[in-house]
Design a protein around this ligand. Structure first.
Ligand SMILES: Cc1cc2nc3c(=O)[nH]c(=O)nc-3n(C[C@H](O)[C@H](O)[C@H](O)COP(=O)(O)OP(=O)(O)OC[C@H]3O[C@@H](n4cnc5c(N)ncnc54)[C@H](O)[C@@H]3O)c2cc1C
Length: 379
């Protein structure tokens, strides 16, 4: 396996890095403090083609593969995890679901708008009482003539308020029947779709997270994706790809924290010398560099399989599990290297530390990744 960057991937990384330095770095602490979701930034990201990274050019996207996608998410998350999370949710959850399971008409309607950022996407699976255990979801969709009527509440939804289109998975059959759920595309202007409470979060504060409420929400049957009863299987497949994006998000945050602490360790002097000269510090940096590279290889391995359309449930779970745990550890060590300064908002590592934790929770916790991996290896 050779995952060396191609010239094109290096160009994409450089372009996204420049964008992040120019449009994200100057305002990220302001957005973080106020929990502002900078929606105009996403329009700009649409202009440079990163709102539809995986969408084929025929639907207005960039037409890239998963290796390029990892580069994009990583470069954004290196600067700001929140923006990386929102970009990942838009690209691989909402857009990814329509791209993979939508019919031609649905793709023609939604993909060009999502790829250009005319539309912002949301993907709604989680409910207040069903996170890891999505199969017990309570949100229902009942048939009424040529419409479905959706009722229920989804929570923790990225872009739950600001999205223009929501992909929702709702119960259309019996509880615990894995073919008892169906996915629907719902437009924001549907009167039965309402935004609920916005969460006040520890980290990822510039990424909007909110409840989405369905009250007698009537959706035409043409907005069902991939047949009635297939929603759960579709969601699991979407999450396989989504795990690559959370692994890339984790890599970005970890790299940002590592680079900041490496620079600081070479500049900060104690006992008459740079603290990087102390083995206790240089070994931390060595662990960080090694673990980041290990996680990066696993992430590109999952991407390679995904690009080839090969099974990758185990590999994407391994990549997500390792990259997110490495991210939390690296961010923790980065704060330690900065000492007291790392505990303040004057320096970037406290934000990496807060943002990092989401990576071991969102799109399947570390415990759930271990469940997936153990099922696959014991199969
Ligand atoms: C910032 C943010 C953004 C999000 N965005 C979205 C989104 O856009 N769309 C969406 O649908 N969801 C989204 N989520 C929801 C997210 O996917 C869930 O939070 C996650 O799946 C965990 O579910 P839960 O929070 O209900 O935890 P729970 O499932 O209640 O888990 C609680 C704890 O129990 C453990 N646990 C649960 N079951 C088992 C088991 N069988 N074995 C061992 N341990 C177990 C978990 O690992 C965890 O440690 C988001 C969450 C956050 C925080």
């Amino acid at each position: 396996m050779n995952f060396d960057s191609t010239e094109n991937q290096d160009m994409i990384s450089a372009m996204v890095r420049d964008f992040a330095e120019k449009h994200i770095r100057p305002s990220l602490m302001e957005w973080d403090e106020s929990q502002e979701f900078p929606i105009d930034l996403f329009k700009k990201m649409g202009e440079i083609g990163i709102m539809g990274v995986l969408v084929p050019e025929q639907y207005g996207g960039a037409g890239f593969g998963y290796h390029e996608y990892i580069k994009v998410i990583t470069e954004i998350a290196k600067v700001c995890g929140s923006i990386g999370l929102s970009l990942a949710a838009h690209n691989s959850l909402c857009t990814g679901h329509i791209l993979t399971f939508g019919n031609e008409e649905q793709k023609q309607i939604y993909l060009p708008k999502l790829a250009s950022a005319e539309f912002l996407g949301a993907w709604a699976l989680t409910e207040p009482n069903t996170g890891s255990d999505a199969m017990r979801m309570k949100c229902t969709a009942k048939k009424d003539g040529d419409h479905w009527v959706i009722n229920g509440t989804k929570c923790w939804i990225t872009h739950g308020i600001s999205s223009d289109v929501v992909v929702v998975i709702a119960r259309t059959g019996d509880l615990l029947d894995s073919h008892g759920m169906t996915s629907f595309i719902v437009d924001r202007n549907n009167p039965g779709l309402k935004a609920g409470k916005k969460e006040d979060k520890l980290g990822m504060r510039a990424s909007e997270t909110a409840e989405v409420i369905f009250e007698n929400c009537r959706v035409h049957e043409s907005m069902v994706m991939g047949g009635v009863g297939n929603g759960f299987q579709q969601a699991m497949k979407v999450l396989d790809g989504g795990r690559i994006s959370i692994a890339a998000l984790s890599l970005g945050i970890a790299k940002g924290a590592y680079e900041a602490s490496k620079k600081y360790a070479q500049e900060r002097e104690q006992f008459g010398q740079a603290i990087a000269n102390f083995q206790a510090i240089s070994f931390k940096l060595a662990d960080m560099a090694t673990e980041i590279e290990g996680a990066e290889l696993l992430t590109h391995q999952a991407a390679d399989l995904k690009n080839k359309n090969l099974p990758m449930t185990k590999e994407s779970a391994m990549a997500k599990y390792m990259a997110s745990e490495v991210c939390v550890k690296v961010a923790n060590d980065a704060v330690q290297i900065f000492g007291g300064y790392g505990y303040t908002k004057e320096f970037p590592v406290e934000k990496y530390y807060r943002d990092a934790k989401l990576c071991t929770i969102g799109e399947g916790t570390s415990e759930i990744q271990k469940l997936v991996i153990s099922r696959e290896i014991l199969n």
